[in-house]
Design a protein around this ligand. Structure first.
Ligand code: UT7
Length: 323
């Protein structure tokens, strides 16, 4: 069978940093509260003329370089974002143009903080079925554009950034020893859609709107859903916790990450944590964590990784990948 092997990883964070001390000047909050309740110290904010596509292109070019490939080697781009440059066309075609990819196809997916996992699953299926040999999967966000900077419940949480991976088809023997994506499980439950929304939308009021979240409720579901889907994906490949080198979680809240890791019996040194210096970058957070793990030398070839995400919708997902 065909497996999707990660050939290269890239990431990009905008230059400007917004610290907790900066936020203390903007809303009624404190560095102590933010660190204690979320684990976040600072986040990156895109410049006014820096668009989601600009971040995505930087991450994509680096992933291609690290894979030793050029734009025209790629058959499909799947870009996950909640903050596209424009309502149409897809942000992915800007990336396609920028990397000099003149064949194949490119499009966006939207599954909020689980966007990268959904995009990965789409690309993995194209590779498994032979529809593509190489794919570029990107998570890119300028979430700062839809944050209500007067709402202390949400404005302390989010940041901007982009991460990308290049996937390539490789033959495997269907076992958990294979290199590449071993399995991805996706879930959503629309009954919970109202717990994490924006105040606007194209069809509803022709505005992008700003984020509104029932944080405590989202938190409550997150640990349960994440631990459950992680166990399911591990069970699907007959993998136990001590076979996994790193948990690469969506970075929303350090307490969610700790709670999930504890439920799954992972020590802190087996968890990739970028949250303190990036905040929650939504669809970009998992590929950025992967990028951090790889560039810091912790994630090595042959390591088994467990990825997991939870976000608006609700959407949630778990994946096992041998790097
Ligand atoms: O990525 C998508 C998925 N999103 C998530 O996973 C986020 C999940 N939720 C969370 O991470 C947490 O619920 C938050 C970090 C958003 C909030 O933490 P919490 O411990 O659940 O706090 P809370 O909402 O229960 O609020 C506790 C108190 C409230 O005051 P009262 O009502 O007890 O007087 C809030 O008004 O903390 C207050 N509060 C703040 N205080 C200082 C809320 N935000 C702040 C703030 N600074 N920034």
């Amino acid at each position: 069978m065909k497996r999707s092997v990660i050939k290269g990883v890239g990431g990009y964070l905008p230059e400007k940093k917004l610290t907790n001390a900066d936020l203390e000047q903007m809303v009624d909050t404190s560095d102590a509260w933010i660190r204690e309740r979320t684990g976040i110290r600072e986040r990156h904010i895109a410049a006014a003329d820096e668009l989601t596509s600009d971040l995505a292109i930087r991450a994509a070019k680096e992933a291609l370089k690290n894979a030793g490939l050029s734009g025209d080697d790629i058959d499909v781009i799947v870009l996950a974002t909640t903050t596209p440059d424009d309502t149409l066309p897809a942000t992915a075609v800007k990336v396609q143009q920028a990397i000099g990819m003149t064949h194949g196809f490119a499009f966006d997916v939207q599954a909020v903080c689980s966007g990268f996992m959904y995009a990965l699953s789409v690309a993995d299926n194209y590779i498994r079925t032979g529809m593509a040999t190489r794919a570029l999967v990107i998570g890119a966000e300028t979430l700062s554009r839809i944050v209500d900077w007067q709402d202390r419940n949400t404005c302390v949480l989010f940041g901007d950034g982009a991460g990308a991976v290049v996937l390539e088809a490789q033959d495997g023997d269907s076992s958990k020893a294979d290199q590449g994506v071993l399995n991805i499980l996706l879930r959503s439950d629309g009954r919970y859609r109202d717990l994490l929304v924006t105040t606007g939308g194209v069809s509803r009021n022709q505005k992008a709107g700003t984020i509104l979240m029932e944080g405590r409720e989202v938190f409550r579901h997150a640990v349960t859903n994440l631990a459950e889907i992680a166990r399911q994906v591990m069970g699907s490949m007959d993998v136990c916790a001590d076979e996994i080198s790193y948990l690469v979680p969506h970075q929303a809240n350090a307490r969610i990450i700790d709670g999930t890791a504890k439920k799954l019996n992972f020590d802190a040194e087996h968890v990739i944590l970028t949250l303190p210096y990036q905040g929650n970058t939504s669809a970009a957070s998992i590929p950025l964590a992967l990028y951090d793990g790889v560039t810091s030398g912790r994630i090595k070839r042959g390591d088994l990784l467990l990825l997991e995400s939870m976000g608006g919708g609700f959407t949630w997902a778990g994946a096992l990948i041998r790097f």
